[in-house]
Design a protein around this ligand. Structure first.
Ligand code: ADE
Ligand code: ZN
Length: 362
């Protein structure tokens, strides 16, 4: 892109032109964010249930809803904090009863992901939300797993599942959930920890995570979304997780930032979620730029896109715009998403090569 410097005056009035690196132009950074291949590592698949699909599944399954229509439901999406969101999110998930419901939900997500150039996705799911209503573990996992297989064959998106324990429930409940899921071990790659954070520190789940580690499962946990930096330390030291979900409050503890940077522990950050749940008041105050500038492996993700106003590219482009991120920042974020993913090394090399080609062509 050519920029003209202001005319400097004088007789000569030489029009100087400078050739700016096209990757420094804010317009290009947004376009680049939209077009680059990327991985999504923090998406609760139940949080991708759009109001239209909630109503369609409610009708299919004869589940009564406390909302008159799609518009009334959407109007209720005005959250003040994490808990105010979770109450509605768990109510929305009550329409999921059959294997086909889980498949349809995940398939709808994959089609949107493809439109945003997501080429790899690791999906969180909350089995306890469903088994507590009498839905079997088989129904949940088989429906989701079939959609992941189809994402690979029909859309070229590699995908895997991460089983999350609900932290507002007991560790015994989490352990029983793990045992119930083990017959389907080949269908999920790891475990995570989600739901109401404050008052439910990671250390509450030390034993179940130790068991998961023995089983060779990959480990992640939500920490430092609403909870303090101490929860991030616990997730790292007690649970020995490989990634921190959210983690934005790490910036309150310089020693923690240094440790995360030294160990290159990725943070799966969700900007629109942070805005909708009032973790930040304005996207312009979002810590993403500070996380990157601190040398952290931060990534962009959508968390619960049906509830928070957008999927991967909405998160990416709005963050780039609000924080005036450079093209180099955008490329780093896309690269971080592949670095942080739990793919095989050959697949990682393939994804990195696709990113390099896309950058070269931009
Ligand atoms: N479950 C779904 N979305 C969540 C979030 N942002 N934090 C904790 N638990 C969740
Ligand atoms: Zn989350």
């Amino acid at each position: 892109m050519l920029y003209r410097k202001p005319v400097t005056g004088g007789v000569r009035r030489i029009m100087q032109t400078i050739h700016e690196c096209k990757h420094r132009c804010p317009m290009n950074a947004i376009e680049l964010a939209r077009s680059l291949p990327k991985a999504e590592l923090h998406i609760h698949i139940e949080g991708s249930l759009e109001p239209e699909l909630i109503f369609a599944l409610a009708e299919r399954n004869g589940v009564p809803l406390p909302y008159a229509d799609v518009e009334t439901l959407r109007a209720a999406y005005a959250f003040t904090d994490l808990q105010s969101f979770l109450d509605i999110y768990y109510a929305g998930a009550s329409v999921l009863l059959q294997e086909a419901d889980f498949y349809d939900m995940a398939w709808a997500y994959f089609k949107r992901a493809q439109a945003d150039h997501v080429v790899h996705a690791e999906l969180f799911f909350d089995p306890q939300t469903h088994t507590a209503r009498g839905v079997s573990m088989a129904t949940v996992i088989q429906g989701l797993s079939r959609a992941c297989a189809d994402a690979q064959t029909r859309l070229g998106i590699s995908a895997s599942l991460i089983l999350c324990f609900l932290r507002h429930l007991s560790e015994e409940d989490a352990m029983a959930t793990l045992e119930a899921a083990l017959p389907y071990r080949e269908h999920f790659i790891g475990v995570g920890l989600d739901s109401s954070e404050v008052g439910h520190p990671p250390s509450k789940f030390s034993r179940v995570f130790a068991r998961c580690r023995e089983l060779g499962l990959r480990l992640v946990a939500h920490a430092g979304e609403e909870g303090p930096p101490a929860y991030i330390w616990e997730a790292l030291n007690d649970l020995q997780v490989e990634r921190i979900d959210h983690g934005v409050r790490c910036l309150e503890d310089p020693a923690l930032v240094a440790e995360l940077a030294r160990r290159r522990v990725p943070l799966t950050v969700c900007p629109l979620s942070n805005l909708k749940l009032c973790v930040v008041n304005d996207l312009k105050q979002h810590p993403m730029k500070r996380l990157l500038d601190s040398g952290l492996c931060a990534t962009v993700n959508s968390d619960d896109p049906a509830y928070f106003g957008g999927y991967m590219n909405a998160n990416f482009t709005q963050t780039v715009q609000a924080l005036n991120l450079s093209a180099d920042d955008v490329i780093a974020l896309a690269r971080n998403s592949f670095e942080a993913s739990f793919v095989s090394e050959p697949r990682r090399a393939e994804l990195m090569a696709a990113l390099d080609r896309a950058v070269a062509a931009a």
